[in-house]
Design a protein around this ligand. Structure first.
Ligand code: HEC
Ligand code: HEC
Ligand code: HEC
Ligand code: HEC
Length: 523
C-alpha cells in the first residue's frame, strides 16, 4: 500500500486526477443527499391535507361492444382505486386525466392521463402494452415506472381482468390534457436507476398472476386476490423497506410484517391482520368499508376515507365479506417495537400503560401500590389478564396497544403485578414536568391546535374546553388515543409515549381553565 501511495504521490498527474474524481463523486453524493433532505423537510412540514373531492365515475360507451367485459372492467377499476391517483382531486380535475401530485422523499411524481385520448392519454396503446405496464411496470417506450404506480400489486391481477380494465378505459370519455413533468431529485429523474429497486424488490418477488390456494375456500381466495392485487392494501398497511430512517420508505412492503400497520400521510394505517381482527366480526370489518366506521368506534378519515369513497364502497357485499374473511386469517410477525429494553413487559408498560398506571390516572391501579393491587389480585390472575385484554371500566382494551398480542399484554400485567410483590424497584418512569408538557405540545400538537385546524380546540379557549373537562379524563384520553370522535389516533404522534401525550393534554388544559377544582382531579 505504501508503495502505491508513494508512486501516486510522485506522479502529480495521477494524484490530481484521483482527487478530481473523488471530489466529483463526493459532490454528486452531497447533491443527491441534499435533494432528498429538502423533500423530506417539505413532506414533514406539509399540513395533513385531507381529500374532500371524490369524483363520479363517467358514463361508459358500450354501444355495439362487448358490454359485459366493459362493465366488469369498470368494477375492477373501482376495486383498484385508479381514480384516486389518476384524478387531480386537489383541483377537482377530470376523472382519470391525471396530474395529481404525489410527493415522495425522492421528488414529486405527477400521475399520467389514462383516458383514451390518443395524443395525451393511453388511447393508442395495445392490450399487450397495457398489460406490460400494469404487470411489469415498463412503459411502451421501455422505461421503468416508479413504484408510486402500484404495479408491484397489479402484477398479481389475472390477464383476463387486465384486459377487462383496458376495455373499460378504452370506452370512457377521452380528455385531452397533457401530462406534467415529474420533479425528481437528481439522480432519481433517470428512470434507469429504478433497475436497482427492481432487482432488490420486484424481480425477486415478481410472481405474476396470483394462483389460487387449493387448500383454501373460494371466498378466501377471492379475498386474498382483491387485497393483494387490485386493492394494493399493503401499499399503506405494511411497513416498507426504507433507507436509514423510516422517513425514507422505498415503496416495497416487507412481506414478513404484511399488513401489520404503517404511517401514511400523517395517519396511522392500523394493523389489519388476525392479530387485531381475530376476534372482530366480519360485519364490523365490512362496516369499516361501507359505513366509514373504525373497528374501535370513531370515523374513518384521511387516505382510508378516500379508499372507501372511491373504491371499496362500490364493491359487492360478497367481495367485501371475502376481504374481511381473508384479513381475519392473515398471520404476520409483528415488527420489533421501539424501546423494548428491560425484559418482557417493561417496554410495553412504559410505552402504553404507564401513562395511566404510573400515577393512577382516572382510577387506574397504580404501579407499585399494594393497596391498589391486592384487592384486584383476589379475583385471580386469569380474570385480571382478561380484563386487561378486553378492557374494563375506564381501562381500554389492551390499554390501546392495538399492535400488542394477548401475550404481550399479559407480560405487561405481570410486570405491574410484580411491582407490588417487591420483585421490582419502584416505578422507573420519569415524571414529566409542566415544561415538558409545553414542549411536547409545541412540537406535536400545536400544528393543529394553535390555529384550530378542523375545529381542534385551541388552548385558552375556555368555551371549547369546558365540555371536554366535563366529560372527564378517561373519556378524553381514550378519544385522543384511539381516534374516537375523529382524532388522529395516538394524538397524531406515534412516537410519543402515553405519558408524553398526557403531559401535553395537561398543558393544554392548564391554558384553558382558571378553576383549580375541575373534574380532572388527576390532571
Ligand atoms: C397509488 C396511486 C396509483 C394508483 C392507485 C394507480 N396508479 Fe396508475 N400510475 C400511478 C403513477 C404515479 C404513475 C406514473 C408512474 C411513473 O411516472 O413512473 C402511474 C402510471 C400508470 C400508467 C402508465 C401511463 C403512461 O402514460 O405511461 C397506467 C396505464 C396506469 N397507471 C394505470 C392504472 C390503472 C388501470 C389503475 C387502477 C387499476 C392505476 N393505474 C392505479 C399511480 C397510481
Ligand atoms: C392510501 C392508503 C390506504 C390504502 C390503499 C388502504 N388503507 Fe386501510 N387504512 C388507511 C388508514 C390511514 C387507516 C386509518 C384511518 C383513520 O385513522 O381514520 C385505514 C384503516 C383501515 C381499516 C380500519 C382499521 C381499524 O382498526 O378500525 C381497515 C379494516 C382497513 N383500513 C382495510 C383496508 C383494506 C382491506 C385495504 C385494501 C382494499 C385498505 N385498507 C387500503 C390507509 C389505507
Ligand atoms: C387510558 C388509561 C389506561 C391505560 C393506557 C391503561 N390502563 Fe389499565 N386501567 C385503567 C383504569 C382506569 C383501570 C381501572 C378499571 C376499573 O376497574 O374500572 C385499569 C385497570 C387495569 C388492570 C386491572 C384489571 C382488573 O382486573 O381490575 C390491569 C391488569 C391493567 N389495567 C393493565 C393495563 C395494561 C397492561 C396496560 C397497557 C398495555 C394498561 N392497563 C393501560 C386505565 C388504563
Ligand atoms: C392533525 C391535527 C391534530 C393534531 C396534530 C393533534 N390534534 Fe388534538 N384534536 C384535533 C382535532 C381536529 C380535534 C377535535 C376533534 C374532536 O374531538 O371532535 C382535537 C381534539 C383534541 C382533544 C379534545 C378531545 C375530546 O375528547 O374532545 C384533546 C385533549 C386533544 N385533541 C389533544 C391533543 C394532543 C395532546 C395532541 C398532541 C400530542 C394533539 N391533540 C394533536 C386535531 C389534532
Amino acid at each position: 500500500v505504501k508503495k502505491i501511495i508513494d508512486y501516486i504521490a510522485s506522479r502529480k498527474d495521477i494524484a490530481a486526477t484521483l482527487i478530481i474524481i473523488f471530489l466529483v463523486i463526493a459532490g454528486a453524493a452531497a447533491y443527491c443527499v441534499y435533494g432528498i433532505y429538502e423533500n423530506v423537510q417539505k413532506l414533514q412540514n406539509a399540513e395533513p391535507e385531507d381529500v374532500t373531492y371524490f369524483p363520479t365515475y363517467p358514463k361508459i360507451n358500450t354501444q355495439g361492444k362487448n358490454s359485459d367485459q366493459i362493465k366488469r372492467g369498470e368494477y375492477l377499476v373501482k376495486a383498484g382505486d385508479c381514480a384516486a391517483c389518476h384524478t387531480n382531486t386537489a383541483e377537482k380535475g377530470p376523472i382519470f386525466a391525471g396530474r395529481l401530485a404525489m410527493p415522495t422523499p425522492f421528488g414529486t411524481i405527477y400521475t399520467p392521463n389514462i383516458t383514451p385520448d390518443k395524443e395525451t392519454g393511453i388511447g393508442g396503446w395495445t392490450d399487450e402494452q397495457f398489460i406490460k405496464a400494469m404487470r411489469e411496470g415498463i412503459s411502451p417506450q421501455g422505461h421503468y415506472y416508479y413504484p408510486a404506480f402500484p404495479f408491484y400489486y397489479f402484477n398479481k391481477v389475472s390477464t383476463e381482468d387486465l384486459k377487462a380494465i383496458k376495455a373499460y378505459l378504452d370506452n370512457i370519455p377521452a380528455v385531452k390534457q397533457k401530462n406534467l413533468e415529474n420533479d425528481m431529485a437528481w439522480p432519481f429523474n433517470y428512470r434507469i436507476f429504478q433497475l436497482g429497486w427492481r432487482i432488490l424488490f420486484f424481480n425477486r418477488e415478481n410472481t405474476g398472476p396470483m394462483p389460487a390456494d387449493p387448500n383454501q375456500t373460494a371466498q378466501w381466495n377471492r379475498g386474498a386476490y382483491l387485497t393483494g392485487g387490485l386493492g394494493h392494501c399493503a401499499m399503506c398497511h405494511s411497513p416498507s423497506y426504507h433507507l436509514i430512517s423510516k422517513e425514507l420508505p422505498l415503496g416495497a412492503p416487507m412481506s414478513t410484517y404484511s399488513l401489520t400497520g404503517a404511517k401514511v400521510q400523517g395517519y396511522l394505517a392500523p394493523n389489519i391482520t388476525s392479530l387485531n381482527f381475530g376476534n372482530v366480526s366480519e360485519q364490523d370489518i365490512i362496516d369499516v368499508f361501507k359505513k366509514d366506521k373504525m373497528v374501535g368506534g370513531g370515523h374513518i378519515e384521511g387516505p382510508m376515507l378516500e379508499v372507501n369513497k372511491d373504491s371499496l364502497s362500490y364493491l359487492t357485499d360478497a367481495d367485501l365479506a371475502a376481504i374481511a374473511h381473508y384479513l381475519k386469517t392473515v398471520k404476520s410477525q409483528l415488527p420489533p417495537k421501539p424501546k423494548m429494553s428491560g425484559g418482557p413487559g417493561k417496554g410495553i408498560y412504559e410505552m402504553y400503560c404507564s401513562g395511566c398506571h404510573a400515577q393512577g390516572a382516572g382510577g387506574a391501579p397504580r404501579y407499585g401500590d399494594p393497596n391498589n393491587w391486592t384487592p384486584i389480585m383476589k379475583n385471580g390472575i386469569e380474570k385480571v389478564y382478561l380484563n386487561a385484554i378486553q378492557g374494563v371500566g375506564g381501562m381500554p382494551a389492551k390499554g390501546t396497544c392495538l399492535s400488542c398480542t394477548d401475550e404481550e399484554v399479559k407480560q405487561a400485567v405481570d410486570y405491574m403485578v410484580a411491582s407490588v410483590k417487591g420483585k421490582e424497584a419502584a416505578a422507573p418512569v420519569k415524571i414529566l414536568t409542566a415544561e415538558d408538557g409545553k414542549n411536547i405540545y409545541n412540537t406535536n400538537c400545536a400544528i393543529c391546535h394553535a390555529n384550530g385546524y378542523k375545529n381542534a380546540p385551541i388552548p385558552g379557549n375556555k368555551k371549547a374546553w369546558q365540555p371536554i373537562i366535563d366529560q372527564g379524563f378517561v373519556e378524553t384520553y381514550s378519544n385522543v388515543i384511539t381516534g374516537k370522535k375523529g382524532h388522529i389516533p395516538h394524538g397524531a404522534c406515534p412516537t410519543c409515549s402515553d405519558a408524553e401525550i398526557i403531559a401535553a393534554m395537561k398543558y393544554m388544559l392548564q391554558q384553558s381553565t382558571t378553576s383549580k377544582s375541575t373534574n380532572f382531579r388527576l390532571w
